[in-house]
Design a protein around this ligand. Structure first.
Ligand code: ATP
Length: 236
């Protein structure tokens, strides 16, 4: 059984239909990537999984249970955590305080302290900067902070919305290496990216979305080799 199964999902913004009957699944341990142009519906799907939007129809089944009607904090509590597009770190708070926000559902101090240790090990730069205002971090460091904050809730499934957006090439490579490392340490990943080439090269499987629908699916390697995908999303 899939860890997460999205079936016939439809989501509207008022009269605008953003997602029209999308189905896909994620198996435990995979990196699954959704690719597609601006406006294809990727962010809307992520926000619906994390409970920030409600679908007009369709179901989202996580670990055998339908979650599409549940509120966002309850979904986080069940092990799904989202890193939003544009990072949304809290300026005016330190790096450490930003990370603490990610542990808002946890009350065991020893466990929180252990998780801090794990995050600082994975992102040494955050440890170095722990007492700095988060707004003073570079774009790449802010992305690491946003990922670290999501990992503070110890998710089983992490949803990443455009993690490489706006980053310098050196940071882009580092972010993709980190995503791979997150998978290797046992967290399942749903990755949304404009950078289809990078995303598909680390993904086990991918889905190509256009106009709110799934147009194509395959392994990351199959999609990278697909002529239509190359033409539309990989610059020929
Ligand atoms: P992007 O890469 O720009 O985030 P996307 O694939 O994630 O693109 P969505 O942001 O999910 O696409 O948008 C899907 C559709 O829904 C688009 O047509 C978009 O204009 C529309 N849409 C998104 N957010 C809203 C909103 N708050 N109100 C109305 N329409 C919206």
């Amino acid at each position: 059984m899939a860890m997460l199964s999205v079936d016939n999902l439809a989501v509207n913004y008022g009269v605008i239909t953003a997602v029209k009957g999308v189905s896909f699944e994620i198996n435990e341990g995979e990196i699954v990537s959704l690719i597609g142009a601006n406006g294809a519906g990727k962010t809307t799907i992520l926000k619906t999984i994390s409970g920030l939007l409600k679908p007009v129809s369709g179901t989202i089944t996580y670990e055998g249970k339908q979650i599409q009607k549940e509120k966002a904090p309850k979904i986080v509590a069940q092990g799904i955590s989202q890193v939003p597009e544009g990072r949304h770190i809290f300026p005016g708070l330190t790096v450490k305080e930003n990370l603490q926000m990610g542990a808002f559902l946890q009350s065991n101090h020893q466990q929180i302290s252990d998780t801090f240790g794990e995050i600082y090990k994975r992102f040494p730069i955050l440890k170095q900067r722990e007492n700095q205002d988060a707004a003073t971090l570079s774009g790449g460091e802010q992305q690491m902070l946003a990922m670290g904050r999501a990992l503070m809730s110890k998710p089983k499934l992490i949803l990443l919305d455009e993690p490489s957006m706006g980053l310098a090439p050196i940071f882009i490579n580092e972010i993709f290496d980190i995503i791979k490392a997150i998978q290797e340490q046992g967290t399942t990943v749903l990755l949304i990216e404009q950078n289809a080439k990078k995303a598909l090269s680390i993904a086990d499987r991918g889905y190509v979305l256009a106009s709110g629908e799934v147009k194509l699916t395959g392994t990351g390697q199959e999609l990278l080799a697909n002529a239509d995908v190359q033409k539309a999303y990989l610059g020929g």
